[in-house]
Design a protein around this ligand. Sequence first.
Ligand code: FES
Length: 486
Amino acid sequence: MPVMKGKELRIVGFLCNWCSYGGADTAGVARAEQPTDLRIVRVPCSGRVDSLFIVKALLNGADGVLVSGCHPRDCHYSAGNFYARRRLEVLKRFLPVLGIDDARFEYTWVSASEGQRWRQVVASFTSRIHALGKAPRLGEDAQALLKAVGTAALPPPPLRTLGTGKNAPLDSLKEAIKEKLPELECVIGWRQGYDAAHTTPLFIRKTEDIDKLVWGPLNVANPAVYLPRFKGGKTGIVVKGCDARSVVELLQENLIAREDVTIFAMPCEGTLDMARVNEKLGRYAVVDGVVRDEAGVVITVDGKEHRFDMAEYAQNKCRGCVNPAAVLADVAVGGAPEIPADAPVPLELGLLDAMSLEERRAFWSSRMKRCLRCYACRNACPMCVCRDHCVSDTRDPHWMTQEADVAQKLFFQTIHALHLAGRCTGCGECQRACPVGIPILALRQQTARAVEELFSGYRPGLDPAAVPPLLGYETEEQNIHEREWK
Ligand code: FES
C-alpha cells in the first residue's frame, strides 16, 4: 500500500492504550508501510469510546473514524470492549439515519503483537474511505434534494378504532385514588389546563383535588417524567399504556423503587395530535365547550364548532400502539382493548426508510435549521434523567458550542437519541414538546428498531426485571459478528 502523500483525507482513530496502540507501535517499529491519513487518539480502553466521539468527529469534518481495541476476552479492564461492541454496533446502524454512510465508521480488535494485522486494517480502511471520497457536509444541496423528498406524507390509518375516553370509568378511578391517597404523598394525573381544550399535570395531595382529575384524548403529556423527583416518597401515578412503559423503564434502571410507586391504569383509546388541533383552532378568545362522541371531539371556540375525528387527528404514535393497556399496574380500571396482530410501520420511521442517504442529510439539514435549542424535547422526556448534568450543557468537557448551526443542533439530537438507545419507550413526548415541529421521534424509533434487531427483539419498558441491552453484554453475541479485513 503506497503512502498517500498529499492526498490525505481526515481519518480519526481511537485506539485502546493496551492492545491496538501497541499494535500500531509494533507496525511502526517493523517499518511497515502504512497510509498517513489516520490521526490517532489514544484512549485507556475501547470501552472509553463514547459513540458521541465518533458522531462529533463525523459531523465536524472527519471523512472516516476507526475504533480499535483488544480482542474480546483480552480487555485489560475485563469487559470494556464487550460494552463497546454493543454500543458501536448500534451506532453503525444509526449513522445512516443521519445521512452518514456507515462505511465511514468501523471498529475492530488488534492486539499489541499484531503489527501486520494493524497495517492491514489501516490500509484496508483508508482505501475504503478514499473510494468513498471526501465526506459530504450537512446542508450541501439541501434545498434541491428536499424537492425530491417531498413532505406530504399521510398519517397511516389507526391499527384499531381509537375512542375518546367517553365511556372510561373515571369515577371508579377516582374511588381507587381516594382509597389509596392516605398512604401516598401525591398522585400524578391530569387536570384541565388554561382552557377546556387543553390539559396540564395534576398533583393530587388532598381528597378535594381528586375531582379535578380528567381523562380522555386531551391527556397527552406523560406524567412519568415527574416520577423520579418523588424518589424516596410514596407516590401514585395515573397512566396510559405508553406512560406505563416509561414507569417500567424507570424501575428497570432503579430510578424509582417499585414499593414506592402505586400505578393506577386506564386503558388508552388514543390521544389527539395537539399541534394539528391547535393549528386548526387558530387564535381564539374563549372555549365555549368540548364535547366527546364515539368518533371524536368537537371543540367550540368563539362560537365556531371544530370537529376532530380520532381517525384523522390522533397522534401518529397512537396509530400503531400495541400496548394501550398498562404493562404493569396496581389498580387497573376498565377493560383492555383488543389489538390486531400486525402493527403498521410508524409514519416517521417509514418516511426516513424511503429516503436515500443524501435525502436524509438534506431532510435533517432543513428540519434542524428550525431548532431553537430550547431543550423542550429533553425536558419532556421521562428517560432523560441527567437534568443539571446533561452533556449538552457542560463546559468541561465542552461537547457543544453555542453556534446555532445545523451540525450543533443535529449533534444535540444525536446525543439525546444515543443516550436513549435501548431505553426509549417511544412515548413521543420529545416530538410533541418541540415548538417547531421537528420529527425527532424518528431518530428514537430508528434506534429502537436497531436495538430490537440486534438484541433478540428487546423492547424497552415491558419487563421491570430486564436489563437494558446497552447496560450489559454477552461474551458471544448472537447478532454481532466481526467483519473481515481484506
Ligand atoms: Fe483494550 Fe479494554 S483495554 S479494549
